[in-house]
Structures are given as structure tokens and as C-alpha cells.
Write a new protein. Structure first.
Length: 202
């Protein structure tokens, strides 16, 4: 399976991999155009982007799941999300779909998969780049954060940054801290890391 950030995971005989970049506006539009012609009419006019290489924004969790299924079908992979246990592919509406564990298509990462990937192999570091600082020695921000209230273009981008704008983490993944919020497959739990003494705020 592949996962979306929208981040995407592909599970195959080789195992799971997280997409290197956030789903770009260009990629979203390409899959969406195919999807609308193939039974995913809910995706019409869904999503926005600041440019073709910027991440897609304003996508609901339900539409992210449907887009994963559409991308899977477009690439002749088995969709992960089903409308029910009888195997009907989830294409319409807002339901909590059933996950087909044997599927080899795209899916959202679980929260723990995403956090593991975002940390980039640095289990005790606050940020994926390993140090507690938000900028490098030259004063350049290390991610698309909005660290100072009202100073939204301090990092060079008033809104989102291109999906490859900052250095990759140690796993080769880009923008795992900052830029856009990511959807995960499982439910949001506000205090999921409440027992973590480091209280990471990625």
C-alpha cells in the first residue's frame, strides 16, 4: 500500500514505503481528473494548491481516502478502502470505510507510521533534523514553519512551500515537519503522546 500526506504508502511484496514528497497539487489534479471519469464524482472541485509543485491543501479525510483508491485504480493496483465488507470500492460519500488488508494500493499512513517516518530515525530529537533549533547557522529556517505570529513569510513562503523546498530527513522524506498538516489513517487522539516526557510538537 502507498500512503498520502497527504503522504502515501505503497505496500507490496517489498514492504511498505512512504512517498518521498507530499502529494503535490499537480499530482492531485492528475489523479482527480481520472477519478471523476471513473466513478469518483465526489472529488470534483476538491483540493487547492499554490502551484503545481506545492502540496495539495483543503482536502477532507474522506476525500483523501477516495483519492488513494482512485490513484490505486489508475495504476492498476487493488484499492485499500471498501464501502463495506462485501468488497465494494469506496468511491462516494462520507463513511468510515473497511480496510482491505490484502490490497496493494495506496493508503494513508497510521499515526505511528507517520511519526516514525517524520522523526527520520532520530527517536529522541525534537525535530527531524536532530537539533533543537528552527534555523541553520545562516539563519535559514529548516522547515516551513510559521514560528512568529504575524510573520508568515519569514521562511520565504507566505503559505505553503514546494514539496521539495527543504532538505530531506535521514529517511529521505521531505517536509515531515511543517508545510501542511497530514492526514493519518487512524483516528485523531489529542493526547496521544501525553506520557512522552519530551512532548514532541512535530
Amino acid at each position: 500500500m502507498k500512503i498520502i500526506e497527504l503522504s502515501i504508502i505503497l505496500t507490496s511484496k517489498l514492504g511498505k514505503t512512504l512517498a518521498k514528497y507530499e502529494v503535490t497539487w499537480e499530482e492531485w489534479q492528475d489523479v482527480r481528473a481520472w477519478a471523476i471519469l471513473n466513478g469518483y464524482s465526489d472529488l470534483a472541485n476538491v483540493g487547492e494548491g499554490r502551484g503545481p509543485k506545492h502540496p495539495v491543501t483543503n482536502v477532507s479525510w474522506y476525500n483523501a481516502l477516495k483519492w488513494c483508491n482512485a490513484k490505486s485504480e489508475k495504476e492498476n493496483l487493488t484499492p485499500v478502502y471498501q464501502s463495506n465488507v462485501s468488497g465494494i470500492t469506496y468511491r462516494m460519500g462520507e463513511i468510515n470505510p473497511v480496510t482491505r488488508s490484502s490490497a496493494n494500493g495506496y493508503r494513508l499512513p497510521s499515526e505511528s507510521e507517520w511519526e516514525w517516518a517524520a522523526r527520520g530515525g532520530r527517536a529522541s530529537a525534537k525535530y527531524p533534523w536532530g537539533n533543537p533549533y528552527l534555523s541553520n547557522a545562516k539563519g535559514c529556517l529548516l522547515a516551513n514553519f510559521k514560528p512568529h505570529r504575524g510573520n508568515y513569510d519569514a521562511d520565504g513562503y507566505e503559505y505553503t512551500a514546494p514539496a521539495n523546498a527543504y532538505s530531506a530527513n535521514d529517511y529521505g522524506l521531505y517536509n515531515m515537519a511543517g508545510n501542511v498538516a497530514e492526514w493519518c489513517e487512524d483516528a485523531f487522539v489529542e493526547n496521544a503522546n501525553g506520557n512522552d516526557p519530551n512532548n514532541f510538537d512535530l
